[in-house]
Design a protein around this ligand. Sequence first.
Ligand code: ZN
Length: 573
Amino acid sequence: MAKFLTILFILLASNFNVFSQNSATSDFQSPLDIPLFLSGNFGELRATHFHAGIDLKTQGVTGKPVYSSFEGYISRIKIQSGGYGKSLYITHPNGYTTVYAHLDKYMPNVEAYVKSSQYKRKSYEIELFPPKEMFVFKKGELIGYSGNTGRSGGPHLHFEIRKTDGQIPVNGLKFHLPVEDRIRPEFRSLYAYSYPTEETVSIGGSERTMYNVRKKNDSVYYVDKVIECTNNYLGFGAEVYDFLNGSSNKCGIYLLQLKVDNIPRFMFQIDAISFVNSRFVNAHMDYELKVDKGKSVHRLFALPNNSLPIYSNTLDNGLLYLADDSVYHCEIVALDVYGNSSTLIFSCTSAANDNAIRTFPDYSTFVNWEKGDDFSIGNFSVHIPPRALYQDTYLSVSSMKGTGDVFSDTLIVCKETEPLHIGITIRVTIDTVKEYLEDKILFARLNGGKQISAEGGEFHNGVLSVTTRNFGKYIVTVDTTAPLIKPLSFRSGGRYNKDQNLIFKVEDKLSGVQSYDAYIDDEWVLLQYDAKSGTLIYTIDAERLEQGKSHKLKIVVSDAKYNRSEYENRFYY
Ligand SMILES: [Zn+2]
């Protein structure tokens, strides 16, 4: 044990000089005036991206004052019905920009500027770049109120610090915010990925084995048996999370290092991640385990199509070649930004199997990740561009007879748990479509059972085509059903006052809500749309609506396949 502690000490002292290299400025103050508890941290593994900010809890409610973290000016305002919802970007003189997302409201002067722009463009979703001198804030000045807008799982403030140059998100916890973290990372499980020969290292579908992890003491975890590998090459994956004081949320790891017989073989450290690179998270983590089980498993070896610049100290890309039957002593150290660490120790060896021959199931197509491929099956054709896959992959492709209510056979191209970096194009020739259905036809994906999700597509000259980043089971169907508009908080003929909300629920079955507009007495008015809940809100606007009379309200909603619904009624203001 003493020896182990010495090693750990040397390790911490020599490799992980997170504090001495911490050049992050302490210019920034907390954007909230309540104690900071995190529900998410920087670099957390999400499906298709690394989390770019830190998620600050707002005591379960919206409307907490949000302050400018440092002096600066509003350089960008963006409003989306999904994504970041209502967001604000403040550019500072120190080379950084801070982003405040999922807001409920901006300051009144900013609200007024945004609203008049929305009326000018007749659009709720908007992106604005106000002139530098228009909205200037001192450090700690009120800029708005926290909310739950956009794709938010509950009230919180998503706070991001970016390098202004290139808009590159950086690890916000390195900026001395008042966050407390005295909790060590926790290992949950270990995965071993084995490959028979050097040639097959880049081929997907490697054999994956899970090992349970036990806790030895406060900081050391272990696997209680020797990992026996029947193949020759071995890579590792660790399911490991960080926790911060005052919150039970699983957060992401800042640094992981794999050592074999004390020699560093692979290190991951996340200080910054550009949006261009963020999608490579699909190669960094075990995507299948994320999608199927919600587990965050960091690979400690690099797949061929992984261009992330966050690895160092790599030897043989992190893969271990088991040359003989000796036992290899491995350790994985996990570290958070605050210097709390845990170590997982385990051993592995080669189980005698000289002629390990890899047999693959009866796959239809082998695709080289650098070259991509084109192939056809029945009326379908599939184009996989170069670098769409993260590794060479044996793709299972087949088709099944269609049923009466779909317009094609079912195309099964690989499975939805296989990640794609860029879109593949699927085309199908259809010669039986009635003309009036031509703009209603689309691809949908079957998600087990009867549940289908729209993938869209364009129909030209008898061919429906779509570019998608999802593998899976594809059918062709039509969307002829218009969206449904239901009043949630609106009474026909009712009396309403200034600032009251008229709320409607909108639902669309397949292709999804594409446009939404409201008119009062035939003049366009602003509707706030929240995609996650399907709600449309009109707020009685005393500045724009004449008082003391009966008004006609009309709402028009269309889906992506040009099906249109109208709702019309009267109210009094
Ligand atoms: Zn967030």
